[in-house]
Design a protein around this ligand. Structure first.
Ligand code: PEP
Length: 257
């Protein structure tokens, strides 16, 4: 059975008291207490300083939520002032990390070589990678788009497929309020699925969830979840307000995935 994920990326937003109140409301939410099949997962990625308190709060409330980091260091330990290792986020309760978010690629110049190092560290620690890929502009030809995605998927080939979640996040749709049209998401997710089949073999690749991210909100989530190759969403801005994300959870559970 394919696993589906709805994951909130808080980015560099919210303070300790706000996150505590968010998690507390979330863990008491009637939506979350509704009967939910085991293959539907809800997760969130707060900033590093709050991972541990989220973990403690979740343990206390027994809320079935997945905790992720937004990034990890490309080094596994040692003299890397200001960096945070995968082992440290694991120790703080995260089960994996977002890797290759477009903001990391564009603002912090992360290269495929950097991403391979991060992916290898997660692989050895048996942690999940939520690997983001996608195009920068909306005017790429189909051929160039396919070529780009092939290149972005290629670096995953040695990563265990059971630890992998792929997030298709067109950079032009992130934080812009300009979501990609369902036809476009369908076309791109078909390309991604084909490249995953090539990299892992179709049997292994069949279990890798492909999420969509880019201005997801309560208006567009259901039509995105209807698409054949899409198994959930990575949500930025619309996850910051508890009420809005709670509505997205409701739509996600009601989508009968
Ligand atoms: C993201 O940053 O991963 C994202 C999808 O952001 P937004 O939903 O704000 O476009």
């Amino acid at each position: 059975m394919m696993h589906h994920h709805l994951i909130a990326n808080f980015k560099m937003n919210l303070l300790d008291s706000e996150i505590r109140s968010y998690i507390s409301k979330l863990s008491q939410s009637s939506v979350l207490r509704k009967k939910r099949p085991d293959h539907l997962h809800i997760g969130f990625a707060p900033s590093f300083p709050y991972l541990q308190s989220c973990r403690d709060q979740l343990t206390h409330t027994l809320a079935p939520l997945d905790l992720y980091a937004q990034n990890i260091s490309e080094a596994s330990q040692g003299a890397h002032t200001g960096e945070v290792s995968a082992q440290q986020i694991l120790d703080c309760g995260a089960r994996g990390s977002i890797i290759g978010h477009s903001e990391r690629r564009s603002i912090y110049h992360e290269t495929p070589e950097t991403l391979v190092k991060k992916i290898n560290i997660l692989k050895h620690l048996k942690m999940r990678a939520i690997y983001c890929l996608g195009e920068e502009t909306s005017d790429l030809s189909d051929r160039d788009l396919d070529y780009l995605l092939k290149d972005q998927v290629k670096i995953l080939k040695d990563f265990p497929p059971t630890q992998l979640i792929v997030a298709y996040e067109p950079q032009w749709a992130i934080g812009t309020g300009r979501d990609a049209a369902p036809q476009h998401i369908h076309k791109v997710s078909t390309y991604i699925r084909q490249h995953l089949d090539t990299a892992f073999g179709s049997v292994e690749a069949a279990g890798i969830p492909i999420l969509y991210g880019g201005s997801v909100n309560a208006r567009n989530l259901s039509s995105i979840l209807d698409l054949d190759h899409i198994s959930g969403a990575l949500v930025g801005s619309a996850s910051l307000e508890f009420d809005h994300f709670n509505t997205l959870i409701e739509l996600f559970i009601d989508a009968n995935l």
